[in-house]
Design a protein around this ligand. Structure first.
Ligand SMILES: Nc1ncnc2c1ncn2[C@@H]1O[C@H](COP(=O)(O)OP(=O)(O)OP(=O)(O)O)[C@@H](O)[C@H]1O
Ligand SMILES: [Mg+2]
Length: 261
């Protein structure tokens, strides 16, 4: 597993019109080993940008991100799950999940064993020979989760993975993801703009403010695990959701104006 340190990260984008926009300003954040951290905030506050910088898909303009692997030595490894499943349409579940291992030259026998374990974990062993078109949206996202976990990454980064699913499937996927995570502990950073999803899943919720993106607040969620749908009806849960919704409202009404630099 990995611990993530984000140290004073700022990000400036230069658009085609040559106007520069500051998307993130001086973000500092620690994600502990095995922790489930949720990034929450209004549209455009920089959640995706921060996640992409954490995953080294994007460079910070200023500041650093360090991922320390508990395995020691070598580079840390990262698994990604995006809003769209990004599966290869002509590949079966098995071959999609195995792709990262194929690319790193893992021997076929070892690969199939590991892929089998991952498909068991996401409860899709029965669908291993199906292609994405033959799967439901929730099943496709479970294949994506299995693919992201197949090389046992130090950290798992998820950008609104359930944002395109209907409400009922989304609730089910939240329960599933919690089960997968408890069975296969990982350091997770999960982006959403659903407050209820954040409270259901997170150990800590990092609320980002907008223009430019900055850390507005950090909230610990002390509800016991496994969290259940009944728990989501409890007063404690509802109060936390209400409080965070109010914060998002404050963030959106704040005096910040977009900064051009
Ligand atoms: N490649 C880019 N070039 C220019 N500006 C960008 C680029 N990517 C993001 N931005 C800007 O940076 C800001 C943050 O965008 P980002 O996509 O990170 O927000 P977000 O919080 O993920 O939003 P959403 O909830 O809608 O997904 C926005 O103002 C966006 O327009
Ligand atoms: Mg986004």
């Amino acid at each position: 597993m990995g611990a993530i340190t984000v140290d004073a990260v700022s990000k400036v984008f230069t658009s085609r019109t040559e106007k520069q926009v500051m998307a993130l300003r001086e973000i500092s954040l620690e994600v502990k080993e095995g922790e489930f951290v949720v990034l929450l905030g209004p549209s455009g506050c920089g959640k995706t940008t921060l996640l992409r910088i954490m995953g080294q898909l994007e460079a910070a303009t200023v500041g650093t991100v360090t991922i320390k692997s508990s395995k020691g030595g070598g580079d840390s490894t990262i698994g990604f799950v995006f809003q769209e499943p990004t599966l290869m349409p002509w590949r079966t579940s098995e071959d999609n999940v195995g792709l990262p291992l194929e690319l790193t030259g893992v021997h076929k026998k070892d690969r199939l064993r590991r892929v089998g374990e991952m498909l068991e974990l996401v409860q899709l062993a029965h669908a291993r020979r199906k292609t994405p078109a033959q799967l439901s949206g929730g099943m496709r996202q479970r294949v994506s989760i299995a693919r992201a976990l197949v090389h046992d990454p130090d950290v798992l980064l998820m950008d609104e993975p359930f944002g395109a699913l209907d409400a009922q499937t989304r609730d089910m996927m939240n329960i599933e993801l919690q089960r997968i995570w408890m069975q296969n502990p990982k350091t997770v950073v999960f982006v959403t703009h659903s407050v209820a999803e954040a409270v259901f899943l997170g150990d800590r919720i990092v609320m980002l403010g907008i223009n430019p993106g900055h850390v507005h607040s950090i909230t610990e969620v002390n509800l016991p695990r496994p969290r259940t749908m009944e728990m989501a009806e409890s007063q404690e849960f509802r109060e936390l959701v209400a409080e965070l919704r109010e914060q998002i409202g404050d963030v959106q009404r704040s005096d910040y104006i977009p900064i051009s630099v």
